[in-house]
Design a protein around this ligand. Sequence first.
Ligand code: PFF
Length: 447
Amino acid sequence: MVSNTRGQFSSKFGFIMAAAGSAVGLGNVWGFPTKTASNGGGAFLVIYLVMVFLLAFPMLVAELTLGRYGQANPVSTLRSVWTKNKAVAGVMGLIAMVTSSFILSFYAIVAGWLVAYAFIPVFDVAGFHAVSEWLVNFSSERNVVLAVIFSLMNILVVQKGISNGIERWSTRLMPLLFILFAVMIIYIFTQPGAIEGLKMYLVPDFSQIHGGLMVDAMGQAFFSLSLGCSTMMVYGSYLQKDVNIPKTAAQVASIDTGVAFAAGLLILPAMFVAKNHGVDIFTDDGVLKSSGDLVFKVLPAMFDSMGGVGAVLSFGFFVLMVIAALTSSISLLEVPVSCAQDELKMNRTPATWVIGGVIMLISIVICLNFGTLFGLVADVTTVYMQPLLGAVWAVVVGWIWHRNKLLQELKHGYPDIESGLFWKIWPWYVRFICPVAIVMVFLYPMF
Ligand code: PFF
C-alpha cells in the first residue's frame, strides 16, 4: 500500500504530463537537432529512432516498474529488490543520485540561456538595448546570473511537492508548448530554403553511420527519456498502482520522440532559412559552426525575419522552453530530494533548499571554468553514466529481481498481462538483450 506521507500523482493524465515533462526538455529542442545536424541529418535520426525503440523504451518500463514497487527513493528501492547485496544496491542508488545532480548542474546553465532569450525581445522593446546586448553575449558573469535565476525557479517548484508543484505545472504548460511548436513549423515551411533543411533531415546518408554516432545516439535516447539516473524510478514511486506501466511508458516515449522529431522539423529547415538571411552556420568546408549554440543563433534569426509578430512569438517560444526545461529540472532535483527525505528524514522544504543550493554552487563552478568543465560534465553524465546505469538496472530487473514479484507489480495495472505479447518478450529482452546491447554499443567504436 501507498504510505500516506509520500506524495502521489493525482491522475493518470497528470503523471503522463509530468513524466513527459521530465522527458521533453533541452534534450529534444537543443540536443537532438544539434546532434542531428552535426551527424549527417537523416542517418542520425534513423539510428536515434532505433535506439529509442529497442533500448530506451524497454528500460523506461523497467525503471518505472522498479520505482512503483519500491515506493521510495532509488537507494531504498534498489535495496528492496537486491536484498542479497544491499550495500552494492545502495551504492548504485547513490551513483544514480550523484549523476542526476551533475546533469542538473550543467542543465541549469543552458536553461539559463533560454531565460535570457525569452527576455531579450522584452528588453529590446522597452529600449534597454544594453541589457539585451549583455544577455546575448557569452560571458561568465552572464552565465552565472542566469544559472542562479533558473536554479531558484527550480527550487521553488520542487519545494511545493508532487501534485501541487510538479504535476500542476506540467499539466498546464506542456500542451501549450505542443501548440506553439506546430505554429512555428507551419511558418518555417513557408520560407525559402526550408526544403533544403528538410532534405538533410529526412533523407539519410548511411555512409555517415559509424560507431561514435551510435554511442551518441544511444546517449541521446537515454538522456531524452530521462533514463539511468533514476528520475523515472522516482516518478514511478509516486505512481498509482492501477496504472498500466507498459502502456504509460509507450505514451511517454511517443510524446518525447514526437517532440524531438518536431524540433528537428523546425530547427533543420530554420538553419537553412537563417543561412538565406546571412547567418553563418557552416564553415567553408561545410561543417557546422559552434554546434552547441546553434539553436541560439538559428531561432532568433527566424524570429527576426518575422517582423513584429516575431518578437511576440519569440517571447512565447522561449518562455515555453524555459518551462520545458523546468519540468525536466524538477525531476532531476527530485532524485536527491527524495533520498534526503526518506533516508535522512529531512523535511521537503529544507532538503530542497540545501540540495538545490549545493547543485547551484556546482553550476557556478562550471560557469567559471566553462571551457574545461561544461563539455566534460555533460559527456561523462549523459554519454557514459546514463546508459551504463541503464545496463545495471537491466541486470537488476532481469537477473536479480524475483520474476514473480516483477510480474505481480506489473499486474496491478495490467491484470491480463500474461496473455499478451509484451510479457512473452519483454522480460527476456531486458534480461539478455538490453545489457549486452548497451555494452556492445560502447565497445563497437574500439573495433
Ligand atoms: N530528458 C531531459 C531532456 O531531454 O531535456 C533531460 C533529463 C531530465 C535527463 C531528467 C535526465 C533526467 F533524469
